[in-house]
Design a binder for this molecule. Structure first.
Ligand code: AHG
Ligand code: MN
Ligand code: MN
Length: 371
């Protein structure tokens, strides 16, 4: 199938780079290697359970034998074979190119060093190699999420090994961020800090082709996404927001809402970028040791960067997600993002005093026990 005049990802990156005459092209080259990793993961994901038995040899050394995994990652979560394999693919496709000072991911407790046989560069790559992997077994869309940061000057100058502290930069410092979604089509959605562009993989060419220029999140929405099974652990502002959505036309909002929950943040974010909506995985009281479910550095920050670049809003519920100073590589955080007006409303509810509880019936005026 011909390109029909559409830009490839390579062309898009070159046109973007022309805005910065001094740019070396390192960032572009790095993004193309990340995109190659995503294409390799897309092929493996497409084999489903057949990945065990079908030869799916990948450039860079990783192959499609899905018999690894089954361990437990640093978050205490069981690693699916494809989590481990996708992590391996990201590393193999990016460790050699000379653009990175180090890598970090959901599946590795500590940062990964660039092997001594390769040159070191000025960027850090942080990623969730396979997001929503619990959906793999049921053939629902999954994805990969990545964030590119500049390594601290002192790391670049000295060429020393990276440490966790080098990665603890607020989301606002990201140079680029993106995700790939492995759905009915494979897409790459990317921001290099000048809006958001979506590319669809043309399987005949093996190329990402610009299909969604300048993605914008609609400001208004009537669709929300939250895991309601956690409702008893929600904080009062979240309970209020969801109750008002559910009350629909008869409640404070005066309009009906629709609800979706895929349990695959990439799929959820993609829907919101395409047609609006709001996503909440808020801080709750379920486990005091876990302030939220999603991870700041490789889930919330890159997605927050994309959503804000698309004119939406990304928040902890209390403050902009991109302003949070990370305390640890695998830090979890409450995350709310999507259509600007809804996220602002949720933030407002968090800052307003909690409406006082209605008096218990026995103590209400005219009851037996009133003062
Ligand atoms: P991962 O597969 O990388 O661990 O992330 C899964 C995340 C996210 O994609 C999704 O929104 C959320 O976990 C689902 O959580 P629940 O299972 O609590 O619904
Ligand atoms: Mn994830
Ligand atoms: Mn993951």
């Amino acid at each position: 199938m011909p390109l029909s005049g559409r830009w490839t990802l390579t062309r898009y990156l070159i046109e973007e780079r022309r805005r910065f005459p001094g740019a070396t092209g390192d960032l572009n080259a790095l993004i193309l290697d990340v995109a190659l990793a995503c294409k390799a993961i897309a092929r493996i994901v497409a084999f489903g359970t057949l990945a065990d038995t079908v030869g799916t040899s990948m450039p860079g050394g990783a192959n499609g034998t899905a018999a690894v995994g089954g361990g437990v990652n640093v978050q205490g979560e069981v690693q699916k074979p494809l989590d481990v394999l996708s992590n391996e693919i990201f590393i193999r496709m990016n460790e050699w190119n000379g653009h990175l000072a180090g890598l970090a991911s959901e599946e590795m407790e500590a940062p990964k060093q660039i092997p001594g046989s390769y040159p070191r560069g000025k960027y850090l790559l942080v990623f969730d190699p396979l997001d929503g992997s619990s959906n793999i077994d049921v053939n629902v869309s999954v994805g990969s999420i990545f964030s590119i940061l500049r390594a601290p000057e002192e790391v670049i100058d000295s060429g020393r090994d990276v440490v966790e502290a080098d990665f603890l930069q607020p989301g606002a410092a990201q140079v680029a961020a993106g995700y790939a979604i492995y759905g009915p089509t494979t897409m790459l959605v990317l921001s290099v800090g000048n809006g958001v562009a979506g590319f669809t993989l043309n399987p005949n060419l093996g190329e990402f082709v610009l299909s969604h220029a300048d993605i914008r999140v609609p400001e208004q929405t009537q669709e929300f996404a939250i895991n309601t099974s956690n409702s008893r652990f929600w904080e009062p502002p979240v309970k209020r927001y969801v109750a008002e959505c559910l009350a629909g036309q008869t409640g404070a909002r005066g309009k009906d809402f629709n609800m979706r929950w895929i349990a695959s943040m990439v799929a959820e974010a993609h829907r919101i970028l395409m047609r609006g909506g709001v996503f909440l995985y808020p801080r709750d009281t379920k486990d005091p040791a876990r302030p939220g479910r999603l991870r700041l550095l490789y889930e919330a920050n890159p997605m927050g960067f994309i959503v804000e670049q698309a004119g939406g809003r990304a928040s902890t519920g209390r403050q902009p997600i991109l302003g949070v100073n990370p305390g640890a590589l695998h830090q979890r955080i409450g995350f709310v993002f999507g259509s600007k007006a809804e996220v602002e409303r949720i933030e407002r509810y968090h800052h307003e005093p909690v409406p006082s509880e209605a008096p218990a019936p026995l103590f209400a005026p005219r009851s037996l026990f009133r003062d």
